[in-house]
Write a protein that binds this ligand. Structure first.
Ligand code: FE2
Ligand code: FE2
Length: 230
């Protein structure tokens, strides 16, 4: 069901919002790049809290792959945007407080891998041939591997299957809430922009009329002592 809704949303985005609009495509790619770069940051933080050198080496390899995805998206951005890439800044904060077991951080990463694999796969299927489709196809094959990699890591870090299931449910609720907050913020920003535009154009039109009438008289009088009366 979620896949069907997701597919519909992506299909609409591809055919309505992105089709024939390389500038919009480049903005979407900028978001993907930020997500990949953000993932590296969380992985790296998680890695520093693990002592086992084998696990650290696995996470480091994972970091390198996510970094290569971020680089691939920068390349795709330049292809569509035709300009220098400027990164989006994410607010970076730890996923969990210090006393939570480290596997929970990787549960969060695991959910991100599942969602990224699903969305990138659908998007690459819906897109017409091109640089972004090629880029996503390569990324998806790595992401599929990351889903299993992170799940196995959770178990090696001591999480049971039932604990993983319950944490994944909690992560999904948390991600949904964060998405809702972002949507709400975007909505408020848009409403503020619309209100300011209305004020600007209404006042602009009135002041334009007044200025035009004054200028039509050939000279403009101005009381230099006006400020003194205030
Ligand atoms: Fe990735
Ligand atoms: Fe990944």
């Amino acid at each position: 069901m979620i896949t069907a809704i997701e597919r519909l949303k992506i299909r609409l985005a591809v055919s309505v919002e992105l089709s024939g609009k390389p500038a919009k495509v480049s903005e979407v790619i900028r978001g993907f790049q930020a997500t990949e770069a953000d993932g590296v940051w969380h992985l790296y933080r998680g890695m520093k809290q693990i002592d086992d050198p084998r696990e650290r080496a696995i996470i480091f390899g994972h970091c390198l792959e996510e970094e290569s995805h971020a680089d691939a998206f920068v390349k795709a951005y330049k292809h569509y945007g035709g300009r220098v890439f400027t990164p989006t800044h994410y607010e970076r904060k730890a996923l969990y407080a210090g006393d939570e077991p480290i596997w929970k951080t990787f549960a969060f990463v695991h959910v991100g891998e599942v969602d990224a694999t699903q969305r990138f796969r659908i998007l690459s299927q819906e897109l017409p041939p091109g640089a972004l489709k090629d880029c996503l196809s390569n990324v998806v094959s790595d992401e599929e591997g990351h889903v299993d990699l992170t799940y196995e890591m959770l178990k090696r870090l001591g999480a049971t299957d039932s604990a993983i299931r319950s944490e994944v449910r909690w992560v999904r609720v948390r991600r949904l809430w964060e998405r809702w907050l972002r949507t709400g913020k975007r909505l408020i920003d848009n409403l503020a922009n619309i209100s300011l535009s209305i004020v600007y154009y209404v006042f602009g039109a009135l002041l334009f009329g007044a200025a035009r009438r004054r200028l039509a008289r050939g000279f403009v009088t101005y009381d230099n002592n006006k400020m003194k009366h205030l």
